[in-house]
Design a protein around this ligand. Structure first.
Ligand code: FAD
Length: 297
């Protein structure tokens, strides 16, 4: 078998898995298409020791450190298929090459589908945000909004007043239940039921939102919960089971990050309900160690 492990996805989760395997002196191939989920933000926050650095700088430094290990190989580009065969796995790469390994780690992340409101896409990661812990501090002390995207949106809105005065836009769909309404009221959140139809201002800045009845509500940033999808179909192709999270499906894993397909491990946003670079990195460490343990058996 040419490789012990193929890691698909070379970002927070994948490189963390790869680091454990490289340090265990295992032969590995890291396949990466170079599109981390937070590439739309000019800086990543809350990652210990890396606060405020551009995402590609953090990942680039990790890749440089990994490249010093002699058992690490890279394939820059997409893995387009994966299948289980005699005692291992074959991964097909774009361009026609096939690579074989005894174990797989999938760290392929998620793809976001934003609500179809004009002005959202060009502000994504700057003033249209998904996570207050990641970017709330930078937009604090100004009027903020939460544009509902799922039934949990009122809970997200109840967090936001710690960063600034908050309006919760139900979009006429995600009306808070009685408990959520009481929580929002206690937190001083204003509830607006007329849908937001457009974001206004010189993007990526945001000045206000326009409502369907023509009213303009000033906001400096809005939080939303995009629907999420697997960034890659490999887990599905391999027959891994999925669970449904708050924003979309994620790969089912056990405590050692093994999926329901023996020998296939998964980590990061693709295999979690909670989406954060540190959590993805920690899960990657576990997946790398889990894959290594299984190789020793
Ligand atoms: C706008 C935005 C801002 C964010 N800001 C922060 C922040 O400030 N702090 C924070 O902690 N979190 C932040 N997050 C969350 C953070 O981006 C994710 O939690 C984190 O990127 C997940 O890491 P990951 O390794 O699981 O996946 P990703 O970082 O998404 O990496 C997946 C990698 O796999 C590659 N890949 C996918 N499919 C294939 C394939 N078939 N073949 C080869 N390669 C493939 C991709 O190209 C990519 O390089 C933000 C998210 C968004 C959307």
């Amino acid at each position: 078998m040419p490789y012990d492990v193929i890691v698909v996805g070379g970002s927070y989760a994948g490189l963390s898995a790869a680091m454990q395997l490289a340090r265990a002196r295992r032969r590995l191939l890291i396949v990466d298409a170079g599109l981390p989920r937070n590439r739309f933000a000019h800086a990543a926050h809350g990652f210990l020791g890396q606060d405020g650095k551009p995402p590609r700088e953090i990942i680039g430094e990790a890749a440089r450190q990994l490249s010093a290990y002699p058992t690490v190989e890279w394939a820059h580009g997409e893995a387009v298929d994966a299948r289980k065969d005699d005692g291992g796995f074959t991964v097909a790469l774009a361009g026609g090459r096939e690579a074989r390994a005894a174990r797989l780690v999938l760290a392929t992340g998620l793809r976001d589908e934003l609500p179809p409101i004009p002005g959202m896409r060009e502000r994504w990661g700057a003033t249209v945000l998904h996570c207050p812990y990641c970017h709330g501090y930078e937009v604090g002390d100004r009027p903020l909004g939460v544009i509902a995207g799922n039934p949990h949106s009122p809970e997200q809105a109840a967090l936001i007043p710690d960063w600034g005065p908050t309006t919760y836009f139900t979009q006429g769909v995600f009306e808070p239940d009685a408990e959520q309404a009481a929580h929002l009221a206690a937190r001083g959140v204003h509830v607006e039921r007329t849908p937001v139809v457009e974001l206004l201002g010189a993007a990526p800045e945001l000045e206000a939102v326009r409502l369907a009845d023509g009213r303009i509500v000033p906001v400096a940033a809005v939080f939303t919960a995009p629907r999420t999808y697997m960034a890659s179909p490999l887990a599905e192709a391999l027959g891994c089971a999925f669970d449904e999270g708050m924003t979309g499906p994620f790969i089912r894993v056990d405590g050692r990050k093994q999926t329901t397909v023996e020998g296939v491990f998964a980590a990061g946003d693709a295999a979690s309900q909670m989406h954060n670079a540190t959590l993805a990195s920690a899960a990657g460490v576990m997946a790398g160690a889990g894959a290594h343990h299984s190789l020793t058996r």
